[in-house]
Design a protein around this ligand. Structure first.
Ligand SMILES: [Zn+2]
Length: 289
């Protein structure tokens, strides 16, 4: 298991917008690709850059970003898929030890040895700011860890993989919280302090809300309340794209607000909301040419 189950073959800069010292560097690692499959990884990494270029706000920020690819050849192809979570029971000897069912509860929680991912990325690209690990498996899954220093986003090759990667990058590189509330095990009422994440808040009033600079003064605040504190799936009371305070976020049905009705941090198929856009912009702004 692990570092003995593969070898770093090399690296390449696949989006070059200038010196690494001046740009925000995204480093993509291959995981669960055998040596003969690395040509496929090269294509998958380019497809990920295309997905980035097709996603707001990255589309307008790309000149601030360099993207690097690190080629790691693993002994076996794929990832572990334990039966504990309903997986196939497949096992694979891979460099970063990728496995579904991380933590033993959900099959779609696809995790890797994130410390090894970070040290491997930095050994090849010293200026790395964010890491995405592409796992060579078609099974749906991903994860994002912010940890200390540079965060690690993980995704598979499922058709939704790049939406997963961008959602996980939201966590790992930009410190965004999940904005969904209706998942198994979710709590109903949030009663803690103001969260540190920039895209969720306990403050539904305009005066106290932390993204009030994005809210039109004519928008009701809070904009949508979940008075029954449940998963009833209320429709939005305002047109899509309206910024306000919508109750339900971060696994809590009430007591926490998000900035728009829809967002990629709530639903993979949605664009990032204006609050998340604003956060991503703020992180990347210093790296503009
Ligand atoms: Zn958002």
């Amino acid at each position: 298991m692990g570092i003995g189950d593969g070898v770093v073959v090399g690296h390449a800069k696949i989006l070059d917008n200038g010196s690494d010292g001046d740009r925000w560097n995204l480093t993509i690692l291959s995981e669960g690709y055998q040596d003969a499959e690395l040509a496929q990884f090269h294509l998958h990494a380019l497809e990920l850059v295309s997905a980035l270029n097709a996603t707001t706000p990255f589309a307008g920020l790309l000149s601030a970003i360099n993207v690097h690819r690190v080629d790691i050849a693993s002994t076996n192809s794929g990832a572990d898929d334990p039966t504990t979570c309903g997986g196939t029971g497949a096992t694979a000897d891979t460099f970063l030890d990728a496995t579904f069912c991380g933590g033993g509860v959900r099959r779609d929680l696809l995790v890797v040895d994130s410390n090894l991912a970070v040290s491997t990325a930095f050994a090849q690209v010293i200026n790395t700011h964010a890491i995405i690990v592409l796992v060579n498996s078609p099974v749906y899954g991903g994860s994002g860890t912010s940890g200390t220093g540079v965060g690690v986003a993980v995704c598979s090759l499922h058709p939704d993989a790049f939406d997963i990667a961008l959602h996980e990058l939201g966590h790992s590189a930009f410190g965004l919280a999940d904005e969904y509330d209706c998942v198994a095990g979710a709590q109903t009422l949030y009663s803690g302090p103001e969260p540190v994440e920039p895209n969720i808040t306990i403050e539904g009033s305009l005066a106290a809300n932390k993204w009030r600079h994005l809210v039109d003064p004519s928008t009701a605040m809070p904009t949508m309340s979940n008075e029954d504190c449940d998963c009833s799936g209320l429709p939005s009371p305002v047109p899509a794209g309206t910024v306000g305070a919508f109750e339900g976020a971060a696994y809590c049905h009430c007591g926490l607000y998000r900035g728009e009705f829809g967002c990629k941090m709530r639903n993979l198929k949605q664009p990032f909301c204006a609050v998340c856009d604003d956060t991503i912009n703020a992180v990347l702004f210093p790296f503009f040419p």
